[in-house]
Design a protein around this ligand. Structure first.
Ligand code: BTN
Length: 243
């Protein structure tokens, strides 16, 4: 397995996509101490201070259809959340689709990007930003109210190398399970670790906005929201949990 380590980089996802397009093997990892142009979902940026987090991307080449790519994201969220609970001892939860939160504030963001042709996946890059040893006061004003770190919530610094190794191990196990027909057990774990299911949510898309009760997630990773008009399937967009 190849691990590319950079003290500094634009975005580990961009680098991983470049390597993937160039034919790197599955399981290639790109990790950096800091990112100048870390990217988040929905065209947002990602705060990536030097040496304080795990900013990394993994290249996978799953043997399934592009329609099933969200399996990778769900699997990654479950794997990371398990490690946070077990190793850091922080009782975090998963917010649909793939944020990891503690008391409403974000500890981890996951950005999955895919390249596919026809009905086959060329590669999937799973990018993870894990706020490990960031001090509360270091967060910039815009995200201070919505982001947090393992240090801030547990009061303890975490050895990032050990933590990264634990995450990679958990990811590998989960990925193996997904490939051998065990996705339903990942989905069950996702359900039990979810903080979205059973809550009233607001769904905000580019051209719509509605509220309802988040009742389940389906095999494609879509969130099922029960509204007065019936059950709606949320495939993308922003979902916020009502207080
Ligand atoms: C989000 O919650 O919006 C997703 C954030 C994903 C951030 C990670 S950090 C490593 C990888 N490289 C990037 O540019 N983004 C992801």
């Amino acid at each position: 397995q190849e691990i590319y380590y950079y003290p500094q980089i634009g975005s580990t996802n961009n680098e991983a996509k470049k390597l993937a397009a160039g034919g790197c093997p599955e399981g290639t990892i790109v990790v950096a101490e800091t990112q100048n142009t870390g990217r988040g979902r929905l065209a947002r940026g990602w705060f990536s201070p030097y040496g304080k987090g795990i900013w990394m991307s993994v290249v996978l080449r799953p043997p399934f259809s592009p329609l099933e790519a969200s399996k990778c994201t769900l699997m990654a969220a479950v794997a990371v959340n398990r490690v946070i609970r077990q190793v850091a001892g922080v009782y975090s939860g998963i917010k649909w689709p793939n944020d990891i939160l503690f008391q409403g504030r974000k500890l981890v963001g996951i950005l999955t990007e895919m390249s596919a042709e026809m009905d086959a996946i060329n590669y999937v890059v799973i990018g993870m930003g894990i706020n490990v040893n960031i001090e509360e006061r270091e967060f910039p004003g815009e995200i201070a109210a919505t982001a947090t770190s393992l240090l801030a919530v547990s009061g303890r610094e975490i050895d990032r190398r050990m933590f990264l190794a634990a995450i990679l191990k958990e990811l590998e196990t989960a990925y193996h399970l997904v490939q051998t027909g065990g996705f339903t057990s990942i989905l069950d774990d996702w359900r039990s670790q979810s903080i979205t299911l059973g809550k009233n949510v607001d769904v905000i898309g580019p051209d719509h906005r509605y509220s309802g009760l988040a009742i389940d997630i389906d095999n494609e990773g879509a969130l099922l929201v029960k509204t007065a008009q019936g059950v709606r399937k949320v495939l993308a967009g922003d979902v916020s949990i009502r207080p």
